[in-house]
Write a protein that binds this ligand. Structure first.
Ligand SMILES: NC(=O)c1ccc[n+]([C@@H]2O[C@H](COP(=O)([O-])OP(=O)(O)OC[C@H]3O[C@@H](n4cnc5c(N)ncnc54)[C@H](OP(=O)(O)O)[C@@H]3O)[C@@H](O)[C@H]2O)c1
Length: 269
């Protein structure tokens, strides 16, 4: 019987998939991965096609661009079909696509609230689920959550609740995939001042001043470096920076009602 030689056995491409790659954290993860790891290809997903192609042009690694609205069910089908066709080895999956809107229950249209849950929760979970079959020992998954996931936040209610889903899902998935040697981390940053997130929270709401201060914000570069390290050492939850770590500790030990009262005061100052 003939056995195929090493030349004829096609090795799967080693790829990274990054959602939310058109700006902010996602874009920063793309640059970091391309600089630090010998990838065969990187897949970039977000809605703004021009931004994705502009980023792809600057990269040293070949890329595939997926201009998709991840709130749309068809986007998951497109990614799923691409995975089926390419049969890659997913070395990195980074789910950075996400957004928030500030204001209380009466300030944000239902459509925006639904959209937030679809992108932050459903798309993140769907993409992770369709990618897991293409991961193996050594693969790394980072789900971008937030410190907002550690306590309920009036005036940022649905966003905080959507991120609680991301943190909880990531923490459990970390354990489910741990023995397979796949590292999963829910990344929980505090405010990041150099992305489009804060501007986005103020649009499409009747209360763009529901949160007035974004003090002690960090930068996307620091969050990326720090979270990649915390994922590498196998942490299920990463708080990339001193403020996010203190926030996490505070939320653990201070009763929720006291923490919420403090937040209600601080956000109005
Ligand atoms: N910045 C902060 O203060 C902060 C703090 C904690 C956690 N986070 C989390 O960090 C992640 C990245 O946010 P960022 O700070 O980098 O903000 P950003 O600059 O606004 O980036 C958000 C990304 O999500 C993509 N996105 C939004 N809706 C989408 C949709 N329907 N379909 C596909 N892509 C979509 C955007 O691309 P398109 O608009 O091109 O679609 C963009 O690339 C988010 O999950 C956010 O919740 C941010």
């Amino acid at each position: 019987m003939m056995t195929p030689s090493n030349d004829t056995i096609k090795q799967p491409k080693s790829i990274a998939i990054v959602t939310g790659a058109s700006s902010g954290l996602g874009q920063e993860y793309v640059k970091y991965l391309c600089e630090k790891f010998p990838l065969d290809e990187i897949w970039l997903a977000a809605r703004r096609k021009d931004r994705l192609y502009a980023l792809a042009d600057t990269l040293s690694v070949p890329s595939k661009v997926f201009p998709l609205d991840l709130a749309d069910e068809k986007a998951i089908e497109v990614l799923s079909l691409a995975l089926e066709k390419e049969q890659p080895f997913i070395q990195f999956l980074i789910n950075a696509a996400g957004f928030g809107k500030m204001g209380s229950y009466k300030d944000i249209p239902l459509k925006e609230l639904d959209h937030m849950v679809l992108v932050n929760c459903k798309a993140m979970m769907d993409i992770t689920q369709i990618c897991i079959p293409y991961t193996k020992k050594g693969s790394r998954i980072l789900e971008i959550s937030s410190v907002a996931s550690f306590q309920p936040l009036p005036g940022f209610n649905v966003y905080a609740a959507s991120k609680a889903f991301v943190t909880s899902y990531s923490r459990a998935l970390h354990w489910e995939l741990f023995l397979k040697g796949i590292k999963v981390t829910g990344v929980c940053p505090y405010w990041i001042r150099d992305t489009e997130f804060i501007e986005t929270t103020k649009s499409g709401t009747a209360r763009p001043d529901a949160i007035r201060h974004f003090m002690l914000g960090t930068t996307a570069k620091k969050v990326v470096r720090n979270s990649m390290f915390q994922n590498k050492i196998g942490l299920g939850i990463a708080t990339p920076g001193i403020i996010s770590t203190l926030y996490r500790l505070g939320a653990k030990f201070v009763p929720h009602e006291i923490a919420i009262a403090a937040w209600e005061g601080l956000r109005r100052l």
